[in-house]
Design a protein. Structure first.
Length: 268
């Protein structure tokens, strides 16, 4: 059995009784950061052997883990914090295990994205988890443009040293929407910052701690039968979309080619 075992995102009391039992019973624990995980194991008096499993070594270590699983042993995968396989190399191991016919079992627990969402005040009926945005400027811009028309609440993870730059780009691509910044979840200095993107950029001094960024979904209304194609296109521009994204979304809504929209825009 391959267990995906949740670990605390801040407060050690987030650890479940079941997680502690499973980590004691398995033959091996695969951890993204062995030093961090060893502290957790020591706290709960867990003495199971530990192996490093991160982005740099996941290919070779995955083979070793699969070999042990195939012999009948059980392995638990843990992330630095929260649920493994979420913005985590554990996802690759899960796919390999499933392909090899090995059972995969979730051991639920803390998760930063969902913990932030339920306290955000934004729509929780539908949401999209986007994880970390790409670091390269071009890739990040394309990434955000694709998400700019999503109608559901969007959840991002972001590091403090990149947060302000990320928010400025969000403002440019998404327009000035409602946003929530959840910081240091379940820790002593847990904090929720709410407002528009521009307000939080203005009031953000020196961000510290890991952040969950939640952005309200796109509130564009679908085109009415009598609504003109160009009117809809211009409405998207007014809401902050760039021309390329506005053309793409207009083409999708009216089921026409982008070339046709381009021709009409040029003609006006």
């Amino acid at each position: 059995m391959l267990y995906l075992c949740a670990t605390p995102i801040g407060n050690l009391e987030d650890m479940t009784f079941r997680a502690i039992r499973i980590l004691k019973e398995v033959n091996l624990i695969a951890a993204e950061d062995t030093r961090r995980t060893r502290k957790l194991l020591t706290h709960f008096e867990i003495h199971t052997p530990l192996i490093r499993f991160d982005e740099n070594c996941k290919a070779t270590v995955a083979e070793k883990i699969l070999e042990r699983l195939k012999t009948g042993e059980s392995v638990a995968v843990v992330s630095d914090a929260g649920l493994p396989a979420i913005s985590d190399p554990g996802a690759d191991l899960v796919r390999l295990a499933i392909d090899a016919g090995i059972n995969v079992c979730p051991i639920p627990g803390a998760n930063a994205a969902l913990s932030a969402l339920i306290c955000s005040g934004l729509d929780t009926t539908k949401f999209l988890f986007a994880g970390f945005a790409p670091k390269k400027n071009k890739n990040r811009r394309e990434f955000l443009q694709k998400l700019s028309t999503v109608e559901e609440t969007i959840i991002f993870y972001e590091a403090p040293h990149r947060l302000k730059e990320f928010l400025e780009e969000l403002l440019e691509v998404f327009g000035d929407r409602q946003i929530v910044l959840a910081r240091e979840l379940t820790k002593v200095h847990e904090e929720f910052l709410r407002g528009t993107i521009s307000e939080l950029i203005k009031n953000l001094d020196e961000p510290r701690g890991e952040f969950v960024v939640l952005v309200e979904g796109n509130k564009f209304v679908a085109p009415q039968p009598e609504e003109n194609l160009l009117d809809f296109y211009n409405k998207l521009l007014e809401q902050g979309l760039d021309k390329k994204s506005a053309m793409r979304e207009t083409a999708k809504k009216f089921n026409v080619s982008r070339r046709e929209i381009y021709s009409k825009v040029i003609a006006t």
